[in-house]
Write a protein that binds this ligand. Structure first.
Ligand SMILES: N[C@H](CCC[C@H](N)C(=O)O)C(=O)O
Length: 291
């Protein structure tokens, strides 16, 4: 019996890693169970999420964006859930498009569930994504670890974030489970929770428990949420000062540089690496058990 294989690649941005599934015509079914299999670090390929690479015109959620962005990043968390946006994912997605010869280095647009993102891609080195503007939903929220709780800043980067400033990153505990938040109504579809400490002027460090993936080594939208929360805590809001504010965000997997402009636009700059390319057995993908 001839085996049918499907291509995949592995990539990461500050060690937030992804299984890349090229599928220009949107022909590969990716239910949550299949995504979880691909992301399983023992029985599968392993990753914090899947970047399903589809031409915008071939995907019902992106066809309306096809004139603006030829490619759609159909992002999934490692538990199979769908998220509106993945900042590290967009950088790796752009690097894949270059690796596959679909784009030349320079400026390109990527369609996402959080809208079209504009990317600047050099031949090698860092990638810059224009992440759009942060929103600050009303209402106080708190996050907890064990018996301790902290007030958190509610920030939306297309996806939801709760940003808590703490004394030590150890205060976050082991982050094996999602930190409880209150009120429950604040995040009806769950939330990415960031714990932040200061490292110096306009320099912070963070850990994150990501919705749908658990603790990751890095979160691009989370780094943006942390930066805009710190900018406002520090009285450096560019809409008030008229000056852009640039913050360095250290994560367990690397460093991202976030700039907020007076008009609210946020740029994120960081690495994006294609690690490997391979093929997996299509039959394995559809088997129900982790045999
Ligand atoms: N887990 C996130 C999506 C991935 C975000 C993160 N990997 C990034 O780089 O922004 C969510 O469910 O909203």
């Amino acid at each position: 019996m001839t085996q049918t294989t499907l291509s995949f690649l592995k990539g990461h941005g500050t060690e937030n890693d992804f299984v890349i599934v090229p599928d220009p015509d949107n022909a590969i079914e990716l239910p949550a169970s299949t995504v979880a299999k691909l992301c399983d670090r023992r029985a599968g390929i392993g990753g914090d999420g899947v970047l399903h690479v589809v031409r915008s015109a071939a995907h019902p959620e992106a066809a309306h964006l096809a004139d603006e962005a030829e490619w759609f990043m159909d992002y999934r968390n490692s538990d199979g859930s769908v998220a509106e946006m993945c900042g590290n994912g967009v950088r790796v997605f752009a690097r894949y498009l270059q690796y596959a010869g679909h784009v030349e280095p320079g400026d390109l647009a990527v369609a996402t569930r959080g809208g079209v993102k504009h990317v600047h891609l050099d031949k090698a080195g860092d990638v810059t994504v224009s992440m759009g503007r942060a929103a600050f939903p009303e209402g106080e929220v708190t996050v907890s670890v064990g018996a301790r709780s902290w007030p958190a800043r509610n920030v939306n980067m297309g996806n939801p974030h709760a940003v808590a400033f703490v004394e030590s990153l150890d205060d976050a505990g082991n982050l094996y489970t999602a930190p409880p938040f209150s009120p429950a109504s604040a995040y009806p579809t769950g939330v990415n929770v960031e714990f932040v400490v200061d490292r110096g002027p306009r320099h912070v460090a963070m850990r994150v428990h990501e919705r749908g993936s658990g603790e990751t080594r890095s979160c691009g939208t989370g780094a943006c949420a942390v930066a805009v929360a710190a900018i406002r805590r520090d009285g450096a809001d560019p809409a008030v000062t008229g000056e852009p504010a640039t913050y360095t965000v250290d994560l367990p997997g690397g460093t991202l540089v976030i700039t907020e402009h007076p008009d609210g636009r946020i740029d994120m700059t960081g690495p994006a690496v294609i690690v490997a390319a391979g093929e997996f057995d299509a039959a394995w993908l559809t088997e129900t058990a982790f045999s």
